[in-house]
Design a protein around this ligand. Structure first.
Ligand code: PEP
Ligand code: MN
Length: 362
């Protein structure tokens, strides 16, 4: 074989490479069209039966020199690259992203706007313990012009032996006190089965951190016409949080509020690590309102004020803080709940900072 033969074969190889690239690109375009059609018809993107049939068809035509295993491997890579292409495309078009909707989503509940020009404060006890306790708290909030009352009735406790909350009775107390004081109420739901009986009694449904990836629950609240407060899981990435929000929004409910509540790290001096960078990142990536829970992210009341200031300075649409008339006897999270005097100082310091006044959101 002389030099010119080698050159000729190399040219043929280049030509075949170009043809292969051309064929792969044309194949990818058809895959994209099929993907769009499947999405329109609500069909799953990946069809393993169809993929296996295509592979067997190719193997049956294989005349060598590649063996069947290699043919399967090569085409599997081509199939996977096409699927990845669809995945990337879908990610670019997530409903919760700013690319999809550039303007801020404002969640309106009664007189409250979450995600609007002024930051909002959600406050209340970790656990609803009694009607009297909730009345005292509502009274305290009202005197400070705060109209969102939180309280847990179904508690997601780490130990099954810890107090699990008053359940439906707690929801009824919250509903009654909320109605008496004209307040917006927030409470966690853990079970799809409980949704029906409580949906009309609370204004904002909280999905707790430990349930951020309870996909059945996300789909169920996605069917409701009711705001949902979605908390970031203790080990969830921001992308996972947004994908969980996407579950809700893609089911038709766009009234979703995101909440940073700290993530699990090696640090022991706080209960969780408040990821303050999540605030500007979520605000940049998504149009949904972003709130920060300064109580569960820190687990200690002595630093909730600077953490709330940091959250507001970072662009948060609001803060959640736990308060209790007498934290020392609280049924849960006793160490992080503020008493009324501490709550007064908390609000005053936020006001003085200039970060918590109407129309001051940065
Ligand atoms: C809560 O907000 O009541 C709560 C239990 O917090 P988390 O889900 O963030 O642990
Ligand atoms: Mn709590």
């Amino acid at each position: 074989m002389n030099h010119s033969d080698l050159d000729t074969m190399r040219k043929q190889l280049d030509e075949l490479n170009h043809q292969l690239l051309d064929l792969l690109s044309r194949r990818a375009e058809i895959v994209q069209k099929i993907g769009h059609e499947k999405q329109r018809q609500g069909l799953p993107r990946f069809d393993p039966v169809r993929e296996s049939m295509m592979l067997e068809d190719l193997v049956s035509r294989n005349q060598g020199p590649f063996d069947n295993t290699t043919v399967r491997y090569l085409f599997k890579q081509i199939f996977k690259a096409s699927l990845d292409l669809l995945g990337e495309e879908q990610k670019k078009h997530l409903l919760v992203t700013r690319k999809q909707k550039p303007e801020d989503t404002v969640v309106r509940v009664k007189q409250v706007e979450i995600g609007g020009p002024s930051p909002v404060l959600f406050a209340g006890p970790c656990t609803i313990e009694s009607y009297e306790q909730m009345r005292r708290i509502a009274n305290q909030l009202q005197s400070k012009g705060i109209s969102v009352l939180r309280g847990g009735a179904f508690k997601s406790r780490t130990s099954p032996y810890d107090f699990q909350g008053l359940g439906i009775e707690g929801i009824q107390i919250l509903h009654q006190v909320g109605s008496e004081f004209g307040m917006v109420t927030v409470s966690e739901v853990m079970d799809v089965g409980d949704l029906g009986s409580i949906v009309d009694s609370i204004d904002i449904i909280e999905i707790g951190a430990k349930n951020m990836q309870n996909f059945s629950l996300l789909k169920a609240v996605g069917q409701l016409n009711k705001p949902v407060l979605l908390k970031r899981g203790p080990s969830a990435t921001l992308e996972e949080l947004l994908l969980s929000a996407e579950y809700i929004v893609s089911c038709g409910n766009d009234q979703v509020i995101l909440m940073e509540r700290g993530i699990r790290t090696y640090e022991k001096w706080t209960q969780n690590t408040l990821d303050i960078s999540s605030v500007p990142i979520l605000k940049k990536e998504s149009h949904l309102p972003v709130l920060v829970d300064v109580s569960h992210s820190t687990g200690r009341k002595d630093i909730v004020t600077p953490c709330a200031k940091a959250a507001l300075a970072a662009g948060a649409d609001g803060i959640m803080v736990e308060i209790h008339p007498d934290p020392s006897i609280a049924m849960s999270d006793a160490l992080q709940q503020l008493n009324f005097d501490e709550f007064h100082d908390f609000i005053e310091q936020l006001r003085v900072s200039g970060l918590y006044r109407p129309h001051t959101k940065m």
